[in-house]
Write a protein that binds this ligand. Sequence first.
Ligand code: ADP
Length: 408
Amino acid sequence: MRRIRFGVAYLLAAVLISVAAFLSGADPVFAVILLVLCVLAILVQQSDEQSGPPTVAPQEPVADRAQEPIFPAILSTLQALDLPVFVIGRDGMLRGQNRSAQKAFGELSPGQHISARWRSPSILDMVRETIATDEPNQIEHSERLPSERVYIVRIAPVPLLEERGDEALFLLSFRDISELRRLDRMRSDFVANASHELRTPLASLRGFIETMQGPARGDPKAQERFLAIMLDQANRMSRLVDDLLSLSRLELKAHLAPDQKVDLVPVIGHVRDSLAPLAKDLEVDIRLHLPEEKAEVLGDRDELVQVFENLIENACKYGQEGGVVDVYVRNPPGGPVEVSVLDFGPGIPAEHVPRLTERFYRVSVADSRSKKGTGLGLAIVKHILTRHRARLIVKSAVGVGTEFTVRF
Ligand code: ADP
């Protein structure tokens, strides 16, 4: 708009000059030439202006921007983190907290000293030291209430701020490592249990070898008896190692859902055949109740064989006194495929039922050992079923019997 207004003014000036030249007695042709020259000069000047350097929007000076308060920007950045973070000033007072911190520790009002929330001397000493030295620090801190939690608490200064002349700020963050600690504890318990299970047969083997080298050196009858026990112990150790390897292989692929179509009817038939010698020894009759049609699920055939072998073998061993094990395969239209294994043995007291799938958990250690158990059978079953997105349902009544159902 400004440029158009200037154009009209220039044109008026050119017309006035030409008219003045004409009135002052100049040749009319000269006046017209003068007008044309003026108009040309205006046009040339305007086109120069248009093709000149591009105009740049006026900017705020950089120095002004540096004076903008930076605290809201810091706080909104912290909102994007899922780590609880508190912002504190050099006076140890709280300036703000992100949403994760609110969720983990509740709403704390700004202006409150951090000692109002954390009385732990180690946290307060750490904060004091960082405020004095500007060096980051971290410690491990545990809280008992409302539930047992372990945190790595870290404090670090925000370095740029004081250079800009802003207030010094420090970030106090809490990394929750409770789950990591729980897994560590489980792993070390597991290693301790596995070593203990292996140590017992090893000690017994060593004892028999020493006896055969010493007191039983010239006694072939005793040696024969000891060798039979030693074979038993060696078998127990290899069963345990096999089960441990199965478990670790299953853990490696726990997140991969199997995708083969497996018909459970022939699988159950195969398991019954493979357990026939054991059932015969224990004088247990395994009765199958199979549907006419297929009972297909998405699965890994070998793993499903292992699940039903473990369940039916347990039913034969622990339910031996019932003399019968019933296996039902159900494939109701529109409903989930189910396999139930029922025995009529002593049953399992209710308090043990929730823990049966824990590694090395047995209702009676002596009973399990005498039946060649490793204490890992149901843990393996649970791992396989988790990978198959299937459930294990246990119903048991003392003196009546036990029913293990796998629901796909
Ligand atoms: P194990 O190798 O000792 O058999 P499992 O993990 O297969 O280990 O089973 C854990 C425990 O569950 C067994 O030691 C036994 O006490 C109990 N148990 C499993 N199945 C049955 C059952 N059908 N009847 C009674 N108790 C059972």
